[in-house]
Design a protein around this ligand. Structure first.
Ligand code: NAD
Ligand code: ZN
Length: 342
C-alpha cells in the first residue's frame, strides 16, 4: 500500500510502498478515504527540534482522517465492515489511574497515531476499535476528516461556560477559527478573534466570525471600547502559541477570568504572574479531545447548524501531497485535504 512517511531525518516527507498492516484481535482495519494535514505534520515535515526529539524514523505520518472499516478483529463488538469512521488519534493505556477513572484524555501513557505509531497518511490504518468513531450519514467526508482538530477547538471552547460571556480567542489558525465559531454558536455574547495574518482573518470572516482584530495594526483595547466592554474578557482561549498574544490576553482578562490554553508556547515564555494572582485567573491546559464526550458534541454541533465548510480551503489527490504541504507552509490556507481514493 501507499504511505506518506518520514523516511530520513531531514526536511521532507516521502511517498513510500509498505506492507498492509495486520489487524489484532481488538483492532479495526480502515481503508482511508481522505486525510487532512495538521500543524503537527508540518513540524514533522520541517524536522524541527520537537520532531527530532519525538519522531522515530521511519514513521508513517498523519492522524486526521475518514475511511471505511474493511476488517475487524475477532474480539471487536459495535463495529461492522463497511462502517464509515474517523478515530481518536490518542491511543491510551486503559490501565493508569486516569484511564480507569474515565479521564482517558489525561492518560500519562498516550501514544499518538502518526507520531509514536503508524499514521493515517496511507491506504490502510489499524487502530484499536475503542478509538474508532462512527460518522453519521449527514456529515460529509471532508468534515469527518477534520474531526481531530475540530475536537481540539470544541474541547477548548467548551472547557468553561461561555454562554452570555465575553470571549477572547488569540490565533485565527484553523483551530482558533473553529473555536470562535463554536463559541458564537453556543451563545457567547462577544467573541473577539485576533491574528496578525490578513489571510487568516479573511477566512475567519468567511466563517461568520463577527469581531476580528489584526493586532499588528489595531489595538484590542479599542475593539473592547467599541463593543462597550468596560471590565475585561470573562473567558480566554489561547490558540496562537505566541507569547505576545498570551501576555496581551492576561492584560485584558476581567478579574476571575478563565483561560483555556491549547497553543504551544515557547519554553522561554515569561509572563507577569501578578496578573494571574491578583486577578484570580484560572488557567487550564488542553491536550487533545475528551474521550469521547468531545466527539459526540462535535456531531451535535454540526447537526444543530454549525457550518464549518469554509475552513477547508484546499483539496489534492494524495499523490500531490507536496502541493498540500506547500499550502500549509505558506500560512495562506485553512485545512488542506488529501484524497486517497483519487
Ligand atoms: P496555526 O499555526 O495554523 O495558527 C496559529 C495562528 O496564530 C496563526 O494564524 C498565526 O498567524 C497566529 N498568531 C501568531 N502570532 C500571533 C499574535 N501575536 N496574536 C494573534 N495571533 C497570532 O495553528 P492551529 O493548527 O490553528 O493550532 C493552534 C495552536 O494549537 C498551535 O500552537 C498548535 O501547535 C496548538 N495545538 C495544540 C494541541 C493540543 O492538544 N494542545 C493540538 C493541536 C494544536
Ligand atoms: Zn492511561
Amino acid at each position: 500500500m501507499r504511505t506518506l512517511a518520514k523516511l530520513y531525518p531531514q526536511e521532507g516527507i516521502w511517498l513510500h510502498e509498505a506492507e498492509k498492516p495486520l489487524v489484532g484481535h481488538n483492532d479495526l482495519l480502515i481503508r482511508i478515504k481522505k486525510t487532512a494535514i495538521c500543524g503537527t505534520d508540518v513540524h514533522i515535515y520541517r524536522w524541527d527540534d520537537w520532531a527530532q526529539k519525538t519522531i522515530p524514523v521511519p514513521m508513517t505520518v498523519g492522524h486526521e482522517y475518514v475511511g471505511i472499516v474493511e476488517e475487524i478483529g475477532c474480539e471487536v463488538e459495535g463495529f461492522s465492515v463497511g462502517d464509515r469512521v474517523s478515530g481518536e488519534g490518542h491511543v491510551t493505556c486503559g490501565l493508569c489511574r486516569n484511564c480507569r477513572a474515565g479521564r482517558r484524555h489525561l492518560c500519562r501513557n498516550t501514544q499518538g497515531v502518526g507520531v509514536n505509531r503508524a499514521g493515517a497518511f496511507a491506504d490502510y490504518l489499524v487502530i484499536p476499535a475503542s478509538n474508532g468513531f462512527k460518522i453519521p450519514d449527514d456529515i460529509s467526508d471532508d468534515l469527518a476528516a477534520i474531526f481531530d482538530p475540530f475536537g481540539n477547538a470544541v474541547h477548548t471552547a467548551l472547557s468553561f461556560n461561555v454562554v452570555g460571556e465575553d470571549v477572547l480567542i488569540t490565533g485565527a489558525g484553523p483551530i482558533g477559527i473553529m473555536a470562535a465559531a463554536v463559541a458564537q454558536h453556543v451563545g457567547a455574547r462577544h467573541v473577539v478573534l485576533t491574528d496578525v495574518n490578513p489571510y487568516r482573518l479573511a477566512l475567519a470572516k468567511e466563517m461568520g466570525i463577527k469581531h476580528l482584530v489584526n493586532v499588528s495594526q489595531y489595538s484590542l483595547a479599542d475593539e473592547m471600547a467599541a463593543l462597550g466592554m468596560k471590565e475585561g474578557f470573562d473567558v480566554g482561549l489561547e490558540m496562537s502559541g505566541s507569547a505576545e498574544a498570551f501576555r496581551s490576553m492576561l492584560d485584558l482578562m476581567n478579574h476571575g477570568g478563565k483561560i483555556a490554553m491549547l497553543g504551544i508556547l515557547p519554553d522561554s515564555t515569561s509572563i507577569d504572574w501578578s496578573k494571574v494572582i491578583f486577578k484570580g485567573l484560572e488557567l487550564k491546559g488542553i491536550y487533545g479531545r475528551e474521550m469521547y464526550d468531545t466527539w459526540y458534541k462535535m456531531v451535535s454541533l454540526i447537526q444543530s447548524g454549525l457550518d464549518l465548510t469554509p475552513i477547508i480551503t484546499h483539496h489534492y489527490p494524495a499523490s500531490e501531497f507536496q502541493k498540500g504541504f506547500d499550502a500549509m507552509c505558506s500560512g495562506e490556507s485553512g485545512k488542506v485535504i488529501l484524497n486517497w481514493s483519487e
